[in-house]
Design a protein around this ligand. Sequence first.
Ligand SMILES: *Cc1c(COP(=O)(O)O)cnc(C)c1O
Length: 366
Amino acid sequence: MNSTDMPRPKPGVMDIAAYVPGRETAHGAAKVYKLSSNESPLGPSPKVAEALAARNANLALYPDGSAHLLRDAISRAYGLNPGNIMCGNGSDELLGLLCQTYLAPGDEGVFTQHGFLVYKIQIMAAGAVPVSVPDTDDLTANVDNILGAVTERTKLVFLANPNNPTGTYLPVSEVRRLHAGLPGHVILVLDAAYAEYVRRNDYEAGVELVSANANVVMTRTFSKIHGLAGLRIGWMYAHEAIIDACNRVRGPFNVNALAITAGAAAIGDRAHIDRAVEHNEIWLGRVVEAVEAMGLSVTPSVGNFVLIHFPDTPCKTAADADEYLGARGYVLRRVAGYGLPDALRMTIGSEEANLGVIDALKSFMA
Ligand SMILES: *Cc1c(COP(=O)(O)O)cnc(C)c1O
């Protein structure tokens, strides 16, 4: 076979830089603490295991393609109309679905400089043009920069709020100003993967903006506070017209049977969610305080992770710290792919994991 006979991906696909997930392992360490993907140290609600056992699923049968049980549970938890909710195989699937549904070749999708990498990948996969917009110097999204990047070809604007990997957020007043500045044909996608963790009076995940407008989507996930990343469950809240369009494009059984059962049980367990929030509140503060006391700077975070900045002094760089911590079993996330080569992102873990990282970082910096 000569090379002109080879199958070739459509234009643009080979320009995509594949997503690199957080590492799972560390070599040479007896015990591994995975703090690289913002998973919950508390794991899922005990109600999830109960529900899965009680369901006694017949795995020969297709799941409910409309995920009614899960959509009803979400609508009860948030007081939303189930007709405005769509579930997905993780919110990543829904981000891709929005791109497949709304972006034609030549259209543009806008995202922020240090924003979640999935947006760029999915925009390019749809054959559209990825447009990255500069953040402020303190690693926060800038509404004026975003609005300045919008053209007639723009169809989607992605904002992770709070953002990963920076942990920064925009107050609701700024999100409203952003929406007010967008033409009606542009969809504002508010990715609120970490919303449950935020403890700020001026923060809103996006429910009200979606309810009042036909061009706003809020995406949420069960992978973070609900501790169900392994089952892949996400959902979005949007105007019926957007749900209807995406329903035509999505896979008919995109959420599996176990995910539907587990997600419905998880979202009903308010006490478990509160425990996860409380654990994070306590340890986010302690980790930041300890790391800053070592002379390292930390970007203020409202999520369940922190971005730690390292100096570029020899032997004290982010890459050196990553190696040092990894050898001791503490797996953090390098974020060079996010344009942050001098930083590591650390998920707030269990007490044991957090104290271990603090100890190890102290000896690394000494
Ligand atoms: C983790 C994360 C998600 C969630 O992805 P899932 O596919 O639901 O696991 C979405 N957006 C951001 C910004 C994230 O950090």
